[in-house]
Design a protein around this ligand. Structure first.
Ligand code: NDP
Length: 450
């Protein structure tokens, strides 16, 4: 059997076994098909059955999360933690609290996290978790009760040397604070490295909230430099108005770029002056902290237009940076992007581009910066936070920022080199998959049959 047929066979087996997990299958298919040239040169990895071993999580925990709402009713949600691969370090990856969270979404995120964490060069394995609980429109007391109940079970499975969760959609500093506070009480131990994304007052890293967005901006800058361009002076369309979006807007403004859109599920705003003043950046934080936060308020506050039920990808800009959620950019959006002659799409969110849209962008010479590389700044600073916690020390924001910039540059170079080495030219999506895969595959081989 040739290598391509072998890879198709492995993917088909996963499709049959996990046939109700579309997001997971999409993520596996993208990574595994890009590995064909690698496996052609490395028959030992086929012999060792690395692909099948890598697509089966080491452990999946699904649990009940009962909690009492403000009216005194007992509610119940479902909790997840997928501990996917620990070949290069303890499982590491965020928790997502959103209504649509299910096993497929958590598995795809954990699978992506294996390669992302590998790309950072730091000793962290891949994991992810969450719940179908949304903090939107919940009171602070309800969020506290929910997170405590969630942690009661999760605490049995985590720890600085085992698995270290952090934030993701719906999980910011407030949720992490409640989660860590309860974890500490249950364990009777200040295992600070057991949860990251903590506030500075409880051993967090000073730059963790900004880290994902900053890292995306650094990655975008590397891509632009490749084409003798600079982020300074560029107009940028982004989606979402959450943590990643805010961090990206902040660094883009500092580097002299202009972010002209923000979005939610209900539409987008167009701010031709750019989301670049302290007042606007702080307003993003305020909207996010407010349980009733609505993007239309930004439009009113800063006198710009809100386009109901539309996406920002119709805008003629220099750069597009999705920062909201998976599959948020589809084939029609890709066609609009090509039509508008936008040359660069840098993925801020995880797997934001559908399979069809990705193919369309690539075949129309749009450069795509893959999320598993571009948004790896968040987990990198989480890993730095773990290091600080273990040595009971803290670095300044300048020190963290400098380390982050260095990590992002190395990630970029490793994607570029891997793509070139395996015949993909400047396909950074393939390069990220290959580079991330090789480090994990070697570590799995060294550790025998697991
Ligand atoms: P947040 O919850 O802080 O923000 C998500 C934002 O996206 C919110 O403004 C939300 O609006 C908006 N949104 C949700 N669904 C849609 C949609 N269908 N269309 C447009 N906007 C939408 O999450 P994060 O910023 O933390 O995460 C964003 C993405 O980045 C996710 O894919 C996450 O996995 C990824 N990521 C996050 C990291 C981190 O450090 N936080 C690290 C690496 C990746 P609303 O609140 O109104 O729903």
């Amino acid at each position: 059997m040739n290598t391509k047929d072998y890879v198709i066979k492995v993917i088909d087996k996963i499709k049959t076994r996990d046939n109700n997990e579309p997001e997971f299958i999409q993520a596996v298919e993208e990574v595994y098909t890009s590995l064909i040239p690698v496996l052609e040169q490395r028959p030992d990895l086929i012999k060792d059955n690395i692909l099948e071993r890598l697509s089966e999580p080491e452990r999946m925990i699904i649990f009940k999360v009962p909690w009492v709402d403000d009216a005194g009713n007992i509610q119940v949600n479902r909790g997840f933690r997928v501990q996917f691969n620990s070949a290069i370090g303890p499982y590491k990856g965020g928790l997502r609290f959103a209504e649509n969270v299910n096993l497929s979404i958590v598995k795809f995120l954990a699978f992506e996290q294996i390669f992302k964490n590998s790309l950072t060069g730091l000793p962290i394995g891949g994991g992810k978790g969450g719940s179908d609980f949304s903090p939107l429109n919940k009171s602070d007391a309800e969020i506290k009760r929910f997170t405590q109940s969630f942690m009661l079970e999760l605490s049995r499975h985590i720890g600085g040397d085992i698995d270290s969760p952090a934030g993701d959609i719906g999980v910011g500093a407030r949720e992490i604070g409640y989660l860590f506070g309860h974890y500490k009480r249950i364990k009777n131990s200040y295992d600070a490295a057991g949860v990251t994304g903590k506030s500075v007052a409880i051993s967090g890293s000073i730059l963790r909230p900004e880290a994902t967005g900053y890292g995306i901006a650094y990655f975008a800058q590397e891509v632009l430099h490749e084409f003798n361009e600079d982020i300074k002076g560029k107009t940028i369309a982004v989606s979402g108005f959450g943590n990643v979006c805010w961090g990206f807007c902040k660094k883009a403004a500092a580097l002299g770029a202009k972010v002209v859109t923000l979005s939610s599920e209900h539409g987008y705003i167009y701010d031709p002056e750019g989301v670049n003043t302290e007042a606007k950046l702080n307003y993003l934080l305020k909207m996010r902290a407010d349980i009733n936060g609505d993007l239309r308020d930004y439009a009113k506050e800063f006198n710009c237009e809100f386009f109901s039920n539309e996406k920002p990808w119709v805008r003629k800009v220099d750069l597009i940076v999705p920062c909201a959620t998976q599959n948020e950019l589809n084939l029609d959006d890709a066609k609009a992007i090509v039509n508008n002659k936008v040359k660069f799409v840098i993925e801020g969110s995880n797997m934001p581009i559908t399979k069809e849209a990705m193919e369309y962008l690539k075949t129309h010479d749009v450069i795509v910066g893959p999320g598993k590389a571009a948004n790896a700044g968040g987990v990198s600073v989480s890993a730095l936070e773990m290091s600080q916690n273990v040595i009971r020390y803290s670095w300044t924001s300048e020190e963290v920022d400098q380390k982050l910039a260095g990590i992002m540059k190395n990630i970029y170079l490793s994607c570029k080199q891997a793509a070139q080495e395996y015949g993909y030219g400047y396909d950074l999506v393939a390069g990220a998959n290959i580079s991330g895969f090789l480090r994990v595959a070697e570590a799995m081989k060294i550790q025998g049959d697991y």
